[in-house]
Write a protein that binds this ligand. Structure first.
Ligand code: G3P
Length: 412
């Protein structure tokens, strides 16, 4: 039996999905044993994978979050394109079976698929219906615009329905990168970095400044409560501390499991943005395969990816976790089964992403060092939320420090 190692960053209900998929794959055949290993948050798992590669101890498969894509693309020789892994092993591989926006994001400009889109997501709004009821808000009408979120959050706080009105995971991914796409405003030059080259950030434009200043103002009395840089804020919502949460659709697993009385809405948009809502971009993560492994290991990886592409496996992953189905067949099968009628809101992240053809502002973002640029943004946002600077200062600093870091990464 050949062991295939898979380093990942999944916790809670999503870790249960990883373990179940691994167990079922292992039971489905006798030649390979897939061994999932949890390596911390997305940034931690990426760093662990890079360090292991340098020490010549890379796993076979590494789960890398969306914004680590540029880092992996730049690591030539370190990775083996998934398209090659699949075709060389003789596995059936038809790119046309996957959701187009997702495959494009994880492919080279020539169309070669580089990584396997294991868990793609979009950010959505969750609200606690019990808290809405207590606050005198309409339990069937989630806020649609950011101004409506601020108003609902104030009402939740002032009525005493909950200690905090609103919280959010990922201020970078949701309030900056998806804020850009959904409101159809530029995040950076060069099609947000997807066009390559020397990129300049645009995130200190007035729409962003107004948005972040609103967050900073609401943070003063705890109407908005900050949770942390990645998914930490989900716990504030699960604990009933905050009435509204913006978070990945991949947060659904834990929210469903908690048994709370929740509702789902679209990601809010800015009512001052004429093009909003446009489309959201694929988040989540994909699976990268390291180079320098044996033929047998690559065969095992290919067998696993073929297994993952099966309609019933994709249906399970999508319905249990809230991540998007990555194959069109699984999406169709889920529709046909009546799942979306029975589970209102569960199609929302897919419709948001696929509802409109993307513009240059909304195909996603890419930089060779985006995890680092996100860290810079987080530092500035945290200072702002602690009352040490205005949104204008935070975003100006994020742009100038971010631009300098990008130049340095490009060797300029
Ligand atoms: O929580 P996830 O897995 O949907 O990931 C969210 C972001 O895309 C991470 O960069």
């Amino acid at each position: 039996v050949t062991q295939i190692s898979w380093w990942h960053a999944m916790t809670g209900a999503n870790a249960e999905v990883v373990d179940k998929i691994a167990k079922d794959f292992n039971a489905s055949q006798k030649d390979y044993e897939l061994v999932p290993v949890f390596k911390g948050t997305y940034p931690e798992a990426l760093n662990a994978g890079i360090a292991a590669f340098r020490a010549k101890q890379a796993p076979d498969i590494l789960q890398v979050f969306d914004v680590g894509t540029g880092v992996m693309m730049a690591a030539e020789g370190a990775v083996k394109p998934v398209a090659d892994v699949l075709t060389e092993s003789g596995a059936q591989f038809d790119k046309g079976q996957y959701l187009p926006g997702i495959v494009a994001y994880y492919s080279k400009p020539d169309g070669t698929m580089l990584s396997f889109p294991y868990n793609s997501s979009s950010p959505i709004l969750y609200y606690n219906k019990d808290i809405f009821q207590k606050a005198g808000l309409d339990v069937n009408t989630p806020p649609k615009t950011w101004n409506e979120v601020w108003e609902a959050a104030k009402k939740i706080k002032s009525s005493g329905a909950a200690a905090c009105g609103y919280t959010s995971t990922w201020l970078t991914w949701i309030h900056t990168e998806n804020f850009a796409a959904w409101n159809n405003v530029s995040w950076a030059t060069q099609q947000n970095g997807l066009g390559g080259g020397d990129v300049e950030l645009k995130i200190n434009a007035p729409l962003y400044v107004n948005h972040f200043q609103a967050l900073a103002d609401l943070a003063k009395d705890g109407t908005f409560k900050y949770g942390g840089r990645t998914s930490e804020a989900k716990q504030l919502f699960l604990a009933g501390e905050c009435g509204i949460l913006t978070e990945s659709s991949g947060g659904l697993g834990d929210i469903v499991k908690s048994g709370m009385n929740y509702g789902i809405g679209q990601l809010p948009y800015d009512s001052d943005a004429p093009g909003a809502p446009q489309n959201t971009t694929p988040g989540g993560a994909s699976l990268w395969v390291f180079g320098g492994k044996s033929e047998e290991q690559y065969k095992g990886v290919a067998a696993f990816f073929s297994y993952l592409s099966k309609t019933e496996v994709q249906e399970y992953l999508h319905q249990k976790s809230g991540y998007l189905p990555v194959t069109l067949a699984a999406y169709e099968a889920t529709k046909k089964s009546g799942f979306y009628e029975k589970n209102p809101g569960r199609e929302t992240p897919i419709l948001q992403m696929m509802g409109k053809a993307p513009t240059d502002n909304s195909k996603g973002v890419r930089l060779p060092n985006l995890p680092q640029v996100r860290d810079i943004q987080n530092e500035e946002y945290e200072k702002m939320l602690a009352g040490q600077q205005t949104a204008q200062q935070a975003l100006d600093n994020a742009v100038s420090r971010g631009n300098a870091a990008i130049k340095e990464a490009l060797g300029n």
